[in-house]
Design a protein around this ligand. Structure first.
Ligand SMILES: [Zn+2]
Length: 407
């Protein structure tokens, strides 16, 4: 912009040099102001770029994991169970950054059916996780910031609620607070994603079997003084806050609240997400009617917001290992559909260098916000062929509902 403007100014000076001296003087003054302004903006850009370059710009692999190949044969054409995995902020670059960092392979490659999802919300070209989550959970485009309600802010039924009403078991797992936008969109109905305590209270209005994530404070340290941990226990939930205890639960109802608000980054939370996933799958599989489970890799998004290649890659790889667990379950069970997608892309991540042999990734992030680009949809299992081509994010809900609930 500034560059073009300068060219325009220079052209103006030279082409119109016959103008009267007074006008010239005015223009020159304007040019000087613009030049100073231009230099200032440029300096700011350089500063911001320089700053983000210092923040974890390059990922260098210390270890990689082996990726298994799973069979592509299933027992049924309509799934008994659906595992929906949402990589928050996960675009194609985030996936390929993970693939490069793991030296050329991801569990995701077992998904032979691939499509793209358009993420625009009802009121914005660029969605947030609340509207993005609601589109996936309920099949309606809503306003940015809105949870489980339509654009008129009326509650809409989620696939989790519908599955529960049909006698299926249901679960939510996330590395963020379980009350955060994405998991909340599957169970709560609130005009604002920031109403964490109201969102926590909505968990009690459902019969969800398992939920594991952060957010303990929204249940236990509330402004209204209610203790929802007591209420959960009265409703029959085993409420646990440590992963060691959570992983011992094999049946019944489980509320795992593993952090006051959000779980930490990988170095802090370690294998929280894989252990939570294993526990949830074990409990949900007890229901003979089947189950719906949503698992979120919440922090791929936060890596993008931070402009940190390392943060994105670490969380992408954690998420891919969890995708591997879901695929392993589905490959054995042969009646489970696994869908992996995102609510939106974050950071406009561009891969600017790297090495698959060494597991090195360099990236640039032109924005600290979400972007409008389509996000990938990967699927494996009975019904997976439905999730190909370019679709609206709301179509993913319609397809899941048709496959899981319309027998
Ligand atoms: Zn975000």
């Amino acid at each position: 912009m500034v560059g073009r403007f300068r060219i325009y100014i220079i052209k103006t000076i030279f082409i119109r040099s016959k103008l009267k001296n007074r006008i010239m003087l005015k223009k020159l003054k304007f040019v000087i102001v613009c030049m100073v302004f231009g230099v200032t903006v440029y300096a700011q850009d350089q500063y911001l770029t320089g700053k983000s370059e210092d923040v974890e710009k390059t990922y260098i692999s210390k270890s990689s994991y082996e990726v298994k190949e799973f069979p592509q044969k299933f027992k049924v054409t309509k799934p008994k169970n659906i595992i929906l995995l949402i990589g928050d902020g996960m675009g194609v670059s985030q996936v390929f950054a993970g693939l490069t960092a793991n030296k050329g392979h991801l569990f995701l490659e077992n998904c032979k059916f691939i499509g793209f999802s358009k993420t625009q919300s009802a009121d914005n070209y660029i969605t947030d996780s609340a509207a993005g989550g609601t589109a996936l959970s309920s099949g309606v485009k809503t306003l940015n910031g809105a949870i489980g309600v339509n654009a008129q802010l009326e509650p809409v039924k989620t696939i989790l609620e519908e599955a529960s009403e049909n006698g299926l078991a249901t679960g939510l797992v996330s590395t963020s607070a379980i009350t955060h936008a994405t998991p909340a969109s599957f169970i709560a109905h609130q005009a604002s994603r920031g109403s964490y305590e109201d969102i926590a209270a909505d968990f009690l209005k459902t019969d969800i079997d398992v939920f594991i994530g952060g957010g303990l404070d929204h249940f236990a340290k509330r402004a209204d003084g209610r203790n929802l941990v007591d209420s959960l226990q009265k409703k029959g939930y085993q409420v646990e806050t440590e992963m060691e205890k959570i992983k011992k639960v094999k049946n019944g109802k489980l509320a795992g609240l593993t952090a006051p608000v959000h779980n930490g980054r990988m170095n802090e939370r370690a294998d929280m997400l894989p252990v939570a996933t294993e526990t949830a799958l074990e409990i949900l599989d007890n229901n003979k009617n089947g189950f719906f489970l949503m698992i979120e890799g919440s922090q791929i998004d936060w890596g993008g917001h931070a402009g940190s290649t390392i943060y994105v890659v670490e969380d992408m790889l954690d998420f891919d290992r969890v995708i591997g667990q879901a695929l392993e379950f589905a490959a054995k069970d042969k009646e489970t559909l696994v869908i992996v997608t995102a609510d939106h892309e974050t950071g406009g991540m561009a891969l600017t260098g790297g090495s698959t042999e060494q597991g090195v990734v360099q990236a640039a992030f032109p924005t600290g916000d979400h972007t409008a680009v389509m996000v990938p949809v990967f699927s494996y299992g009975p019904g997976a062929s439905e999730f190909t081509g370019i679709m609206e994010n709301t179509d993913i809900h319609a397809k899941m509902k048709k496959l899981l609930l319309e027998k």
